[in-house]
Design a protein around this ligand. Structure first.
Ligand code: NAD
Length: 475
């Protein structure tokens, strides 16, 4: 299959490329080969985009909500119609199995549908006042927004931000990841074909630090929304602070999974193994630290390792592939280093542990009895690495779950309802999945606490993050 992406910037309603702009190669991680070049925005492009976003915002916020919703629903319809084609682009530039890519496009369409309807429920409040007087609180769009999104779920993470911001009435300039421009460009085309007015949604690729400094430094931008690593998030927060800009930061995680001896072991193993290796573990809510109660620890290790060894690793375009390559070559030494460090400190290798053949492959890897001072137990691996330890009591499990500065997602497997409630309350994280991994859905807030970030996406909270409130008092 050939990679047929028309890679361009989308500025003020026109698609642009060439004309002496710098370019960056796009690489297929399954082969390591270059498949295209993506044009990078010049300073002039960024200034044009800022000007267009500034002009478009007052018109878009004044557009009838039904019309805004219709454009978002139409975008969702086009994404669903084009899901196979966009999914194939995503697999070729990112590596994930084709079924995961198509699923990501469908999930992005759901995000547009959800926010199309949520736009109509942007309610305010009327306060109690003496007869004839009024005090009201109304939500208003925050204004032109800059979004920065990563390469692990390039369409879905972009859709989460863009659908909510457009629903709220903001104009948006997005810098998607340069590694995966075909799939995010296809989302831009769906918005354009659905009738998004010029300047309301714009796409600019570029050198990340140059683009983010330029956009965040502009007086036009009122809100910054980023998904990515904690160090980059902190850097962008500092840039945003200089202009007192509102922020949403969806950063890394290191999800604990607490497995109690009263769980349905076979069902739990069938759920956790595919989830661990989904998108080759390059998922901010990936289940990573498996704490298993003593009585079932041996059986859990055996079942996990057997299922892992049976996974078919390969090119994501092949229908029977269950795990593709890592998205970037730089992740291979990062994962290999974590494995070597854990082994040197006494961890047992139950499966994998080595780089794969060709492309950017790394074997699905399971390590048991991993010491707490191993680097992987403390820094987000962001790769196909499962880490296991045993525990005895509920208190010990909670202490382990909460021991890191991360606080994004956590998972619990138990059939004891009372214990489930207790753990749901006690674990320090933005999301807790109890006997489920389905925690990233359009109608619920998704976001971290502690070092994992600030603010939420999805749900009513997702819309509110692109709004400011105003109180109007009339005597
Ligand atoms: P990185 O820190 O170099 O980049 C992370 C993302 O931020 C990328 O999409 C990158 O293009 C972008 N970025 C980097 N510098 C930027 C800047 N100055 N302005 C704007 N955007 C900028 O890391 P990486 O090697 O691409 O990814 C590895 C780490 O990133 C992982 O270990 C993981 O912790 C984190 N990550 C998290 C998520 C998530 O969903 N939360 C997604 C991707 C990566």
């Amino acid at each position: 299959m050939t990679y047929q992406a028309d890679l361009k910037l989308f500025i003020d309603g026109s698609w642009r490329a060439g004309e002496n702009r710098d370019a960056m190669p796009v690489i297929n991680p399954a082969t390591g080969g270059t498949i295209a070049e993506v044009p990078l925005a010049s300073t002039g492009d960024l200034d044009e985009a800022l000007g267009a976003a500034d002009r478009a915002w007052p018109l878009w916020r004044a557009t009838d909500v039904e019309k805004r919703a219709a454009i978002l629903h139409k975008t969702a319809d086009l994404l669903r119609e084009r899901a196979q084609e966009i999914g194939a682009l995503l697999t070729q530039e990112q590596g994930k199995p084709i079924a995961e890519s198509v699923g990501e496009v469908i999930g992005s369409a759901q995000m547009f549908d959800f926010f199309a309807e949520e736009a109509k429920r942007a309610y305010g409040r009327v306060l109690v006042r003496p007869t004839g007087q009024r005090s009201i609180v109304i939500p208003q769009p925050v204004g032109p927004t800059a979004t920065f999104t990563p390469w692990n779920f390039p369409i879905y993470l972009l859709a989460k931000k863009v659908a909510a911001a457009l629903a709220a009435g903001c104009s948006v300039i997005s810098k998607p990841p340069e590694e995966t421009p075909g799939s995010t460009g296809a989302m831009g085309r769906a918005l354009a074909d659905a009738g998004i007015p010029n300047g309301v949604f714009q796409l600019v690729h570029g050198v990340p630090d140059t683009v983010s400094r330029h956009l965040i430094g502009s007086r036009v931008i009122r809100k910054v929304s980023f998904t990515g690593s904690i160090p980059v998030g902190k850097h962008l927060m500092k840039l945003a602070a200089d202009g007192m800009k509102r922020i949403t930061m969806e950063l890394g995680g290191h999800a604990p999974v607490l497995i109690f001896d009263d769980c349905d072991l076979e069902k739990t193993l069938d759920a956790v193994v595919p989830q661990k290796f989904r998108n080759a573990g390059q998922v901010c809510v990936s289940p990573t630290r498996f704490y298993v109660q003593e009585g079932i620890y041996d059986a859990f290790q055996r079942g996990f390792a057997e299922r892992t060894r049976a996974l078919k690793v390969g090119n994501g375009l092949e229908a029977d592939t269950r795990m593709g390559p890592l998205a970037n070559e730089r992740r291979i030494p990062a994962i290999a280093g974590l494995v070597e460090d854990a082994k040197a400190k006494g961890a047992k290798v139950l499966a994998g542990g080595e780089r794969g053949e060709g492309g950017y492959f790394f074997q699905p890897t399971v390590l048991a009895d991993v010491p707490l001072d191993a680097e992987a137990m403390n820094n987000e691996p962001f790769g196909p690495l499962a880490l296991m330890r045993s525990f005895a009591t509920v208190d010990e499990a909670i202490e382990q779950a909460n021991r890191l500065p991360y606080g994004l997602a956590a998972f619990v497997f138990t059939e004891n309802g009372r214990r489930a409630n207790l753990l749901g309350d006690a674990i320090e994280s933005g999301m807790v999945g109890i006997n489920t991994f389905a925690i990233s859905v359009a109608d619920a807030p998704f976001g971290g606490i502690k070092d994992s970030g600030f603010g939420s996406e999805g749900g009513v909270e997702g819309l509110q993050s692109y709004q400011v409130t105003k109180a109007i008092h009339q005597a």
